[in-house]
Design a protein around this ligand. Structure first.
Ligand code: TRP
Length: 337
């Protein structure tokens, strides 16, 4: 990680759930902090240009941006060490995107997951393929490539769903470099966050807001408890030895609790010493513990968002000159200046 540049982008989707937290947010923050400690650089930005493809209400968009920025700060992003900014504060990203377009095969966009998923959804609903699909969604991987390439990023930590997009960025950069016979753009690599095994939700499917099976992180205790106690269990008695891996509460716990505590629950289940009520309470404690300090910080930043605004604009001031340099390099090459 020494001297590496790590870049994390996040779409402002509102307050995340515990699955987002352990699967994506925490690992990205931890990796960023590690890199900075080792002498590298960490860029962390809120992808608001990506968000407008889907969210057309500015008030809702702003609220979501606020929430996601405060979540990252609450869980340990250090804006004095990481470069923390808003995508839309870096206009060079859009210029870089325009240049990348000229080198991006349309077929890359056709096969991108986000677009293909939208087409599949339309087909399933009996609608025309491109119903309600805008060019922002269609060309989204090229904008994402500009985000990554602008800062000579080495590593982009992502969940599985974003791997393909980082590969597209790498391919576009590779084609441009090959065309001009020099390394104009740094080829990025994705880093699949180790915890990217998706946490199951309370019904056993992937935890997702759209399935209504999430464990919230900043709700009050009663609401979190309600979600946890709704997790599916069977009617076997406590004394019956159980295979922990088959038990949904345990599968979720494993993603949140320390290895010691996880082992304790596993043993208790195998020996028939822990019942479903016990393990649900253990999960509740683990969730509350994970979010306790963060909740206070989150509330603070939400109430003092002017401080966050200042961090974001400081971040943009640090990020922009780098994007400007990349843009200049590209312009010099493509326009023969
Ligand atoms: N597309 C990413 C998502 O939906 C967000 C994103 C935009 C991003 N630009 C990026 C992530 C650059 C990593 C690098 O989650």
């Amino acid at each position: 990680m020494h001297n590496k540049t790590v870049l994390t982008g996040v779409k402002p989707t509102g307050t995340p759930h515990i699955g987002n937290l352990v699967g994506a947010i925490k690992p990205a923050i931890d990796l960023g902090n590690e890199v900075v400690k080792a002498g590298g650089r960490h860029f962390m930005f809120v992808a608001d240009y990506h968000a407008i493809n889907a969210e057309k209400n500015p008030a809702v968009l702003n609220q979501k941006l606020k929430e996601i920025a405060c979540v990252y700060l609450a869980f340990g992003l250090d804006a004095s060490k990481s470069v923390f900014y808003r995508q839309s504060d870096i206009p060079e990203i859009c210029e870089i995107t325009t240049i990348l377009f000229a080198y991006t095969p349309k077929g890359f966009m056709n096969k991108a997951h986000a677009y293909k998923a939208a087409v599949d959804k339309n087909r399933a609903a009996g609608k025309p393929d491109d119903d309600l699909i805008n060019m922002g969604l269609y060309t989204y991987p090229t904008l994402m490539a500009a985000d990554i390439l602008a800062y000579d990023s080495d590593i982009v930590p992502v969940g599985k769903d974003q791997v393909q997009h980082v590969e597209i960025a790498r391919d576009i950069a590779g084609m441009i470099n090959a065309h001009y016979g020099k390394e104009l753009l740094k080829l990025p690599e994705y880093f699949l966050t180790p915890n990217a095994v998706l946490l199951p939700g309370t019904d056993g499917r992937k935890m997702s807001k759209s399935y209504n099976n999430v464990i919230p992180i900043f709700a009050d205790k009663a609401e979190i408890k309600k979600a946890i106690f709704s997790i599916k269990t069977d009617s076997r008695p406590m004394e019956e030895p159980k295979n922990p891996e088959e038990i949904l509460v345990y599968q979720i716990y494993k993603g949140i609790a320390t290895p010691d505590k996880t082992e304790e629950m596993a043993e208790g289940l195998k020996e028939g010493k822990l019942g479903y009520g016990h393990i649900k309470n253990m999960l509740l404690d683990a969730v509350l513990e994970t979010t306790l300090n963060a909740k206070e910080k989150y509330d603070y930043y939400m109430a003092h968002f002017d401080e966050v605004e200042e961090m974001l604009s400081n971040g943009a001031q640090k990020a922009r000159p780098l994007a400007q340099k990349t843009l200049e390099r590209l312009k010099n090459a493509v326009f023969g200046r």
